[in-house]
Design a protein around this ligand. Structure first.
Ligand code: IPE
Ligand code: IPE
Ligand code: MG
Length: 238
């Protein structure tokens, strides 16, 4: 493990957890076997993020485009999500972790929506780490829903169109009140954003790892943060 500078820990880390299907295929197993093992990598990542003092960890679990997968894979993912909520929420709460689900949850079953609401309520005052799970999330969707909220405010005369600022806009995104993303990690060797956080990654450092998600562990995470700490961030200045 590399030694990290405790004064330069990224406040917000976002991860595109990719490669579950390929991981399973390599072992001659069904794709869902990869997803199941991906949950273990989620546990390791949450625990490591909390340990090093990250404030927000955002994990991309299901994109607004993932409905395009075969029905049986989508159902298996929903079941897994439900089981993970059942088995993990108490543990998250015990560890003072606040859970937020980011995305259009209205597309989920009533049962899943109720579980999400309960989990968020239970953990809402926790302060050690905010764990965002992006589920039925799309970066374009996020921007549109923010624009809709602002348009409604304008229509209700609560706001003048000229007063819409970056700051106000930001407060309507689902990540409102959280720091912008400092470090974006994608596993599995793919180098694209796949409609994950768009606005929020404006100045993020990007880190791509060839490791498939179920193999992602403390060491890989540590290396990504270490690499981040070697970068010079300029924010447009010279
Ligand atoms: C990421 O792994 C998990 C989800 C998108 C739910 P994939 O299922 O995309 O795995 P690959 O990319 O096919 O290997
Ligand atoms: C992005 O991975 C979505 C998640 C990790 C949840 P995908 O595997 O769906 O992305 P593409 O299709 O390769 O761009
Ligand atoms: Mg993939």
């Amino acid at each position: 493990m590399k030694e990290l500078d405790p004064n330069n820990i990224p406040k917000h880390v976002a991860i595109i957890m990719d490669g579950n299907g390929r991981w399973a295929k390599q072992q001659g197993k069904m794709r869902i076997f990869g997803h199941t093992n991906g949950v273990k990598a989620v546990r390791r990542s949450v625990s490591y993020a909390r340990q090093i003092g990250v404030q927000s960890l955002t994990l991309y679990a299901f994109s607004s485009e993932n409905w395009n997968r075969p029905q049986d894979e989508v159902s298996a993912l929903m079941t897994l999500f439900m089981q993970a909520l059942d088995s993990e929420v108490k543990k998250l709460h015990k560890n003072n972790i606040k859970l937020k689900i980011l995305g259009d949850t209205s597309k989920f079953s009533e049962k899943l929506q109720a579980k999400i609401a309960n989990a968020e309520k239970l953990t809402e005052n926790n302060t050690a780490l905010t764990l965002n799970i992006a589920a039925n999330y799309g970066g374009c969707w996020d921007i549109v829903q923010a624009a809709q909220q602002l348009a409604l405010d304008v229509k209700a005369n609560l706001l003048a169109a000229e007063d819409i600022s970056e700051e106000l806009f930001q407060q309507k995104l689902v990540t409102k009140e959280q720091a912008p993303v400092d470090l974006l990690i994608r596993t599995s060797g793919e180098q694209r954003i796949s409609n994950f956080l768009l606005w929020q990654i404006a100045y993020a450092e990007l880190y791509f790892s060839d490791v498939l998600w179920p193999d992602f562990n403390e060491q890989e995470f540590n290396h990504a943060v270490w690499a981040y700490q070697q970068r010079e961030r300029r924010f447009g200045a010279s």
